[in-house]
Design a protein around this ligand. Structure first.
Ligand SMILES: Nc1ncnc2c1ncn2[C@@H]1O[C@H](COP(=O)(O)OP(=O)(O)OP(=O)(O)O)[C@@H](O)[C@H]1O
Length: 240
């Protein structure tokens, strides 16, 4: 299997916080990988080091065969990123924002079909500021997919989406995965992780405390449900 992302011995500290501590992971083409952990566990820092927007203190990262620190521009063409809160100007329409985003890439995808896929066709002329939270969230997924990327980073994938919209997003991602898209996502919803992820890593204070499949995580815990297993892994008291 082709490796899309390889992280070896990655560490990154801020002042006195060890945000990421000797992480190792490997993600194949077409794999959905879930990076899990409580607030502050080190997920965003790990992702930023993989993207090259933060420089690690030590360790190596390879993404699509590139060093993200050295080949940021080339990487930019092939990677999509869903941002949580973006600083868009207030008075921009959905169509304009998609247009501007598409103009940044050589091989941009037709955004109208993406808006349709994510149930936003009727919002084309709306101002971004007028969208509901869930609609904005879906728009951010669309923006991440506009580059027609080989790898996409989805941060807190479906936070704020209603039940129907979540299922629709899951379905769309499964279709993209089938076409070979590699997906690295973070999520605080264990049903979502169970439905989507081939492999997961659970982080705690920057270290990996579990790496494998959801089934393996359940099997190695005293629990039958994944959410209970997840809490067991992350909850220190109970483990002692
Ligand atoms: N720029 C920064 N300066 C100092 N400390 C930081 C900085 N960014 C993150 N940290 C610290 O590093 C640790 C890891 O943070 P990180 O944002 O990677 O966690 P996370 O798992 O993404 O959390 P969340 O689920 O809340 O998004 C936290 O203790 C955080 O306070």
């Amino acid at each position: 299997m082709e490796t899309t992302i390889k992280v070896e011995n990655l560490s990154k500290s801020y002042a006195n916080v060890k945000a990421v501590d000797h992480l190792n992971l490997s993600i194949c083409r077409g794999e959905v990988f879930g990076l899990l952990g409580a607030n502050g566990a080190g997920k965003s820092t790990t992702i930023e080091c993989i993207l090259g927007t933060k420089k690690q203190d030590s360790g190596t990262v390879s993404i699509l065969g590139m060093d993200p620190q050295k080949e940021r521009k080339k990487l930019f063409e092939k990677v999509g990123v869903q941002f949580q809160e973006a600083n868009y100007q207030e008075k921009i329409r959905v169509s304009e924002l998609c247009e501007v985003t598409a103009s940044l890439y050589k091989t941009a995808k037709e955004y109208a079909s993406l808006l349709h896929q994510f149930g936003l066709s009727d919002k084309l002329k709306s101002y971004v500021s007028e969208l509901s939270g869930g609609q904005k969230q879906r728009l951010f997924i669309v923006l991440a997919l506009i580059p027609n990327p080989e790898v996409v980073f989805l941060d807190e994938l479906t936070t704020g989406l209603d039940a129907r919209a979540r299922r629709d997003v899951w379905k769309s991602l499964a279709d993209l995965k089938a076409k070979g898209l590699t997906i690295l996502l973070t999520s605080h919803f264990m049903d979502e992780v169970e439905a989507l992820c081939d492999n997961i890593m659970i982080l705690k204070k920057g270290s990996s405390i579990f790496y494998g499949t959801v089934q393996e995580a359940i099997a190695a815990s005293p629990h039958k449900k994944f959410e209970d297993a997840y809490l067991w892994y992350t909850d220190e008291e109970e483990r002692r």
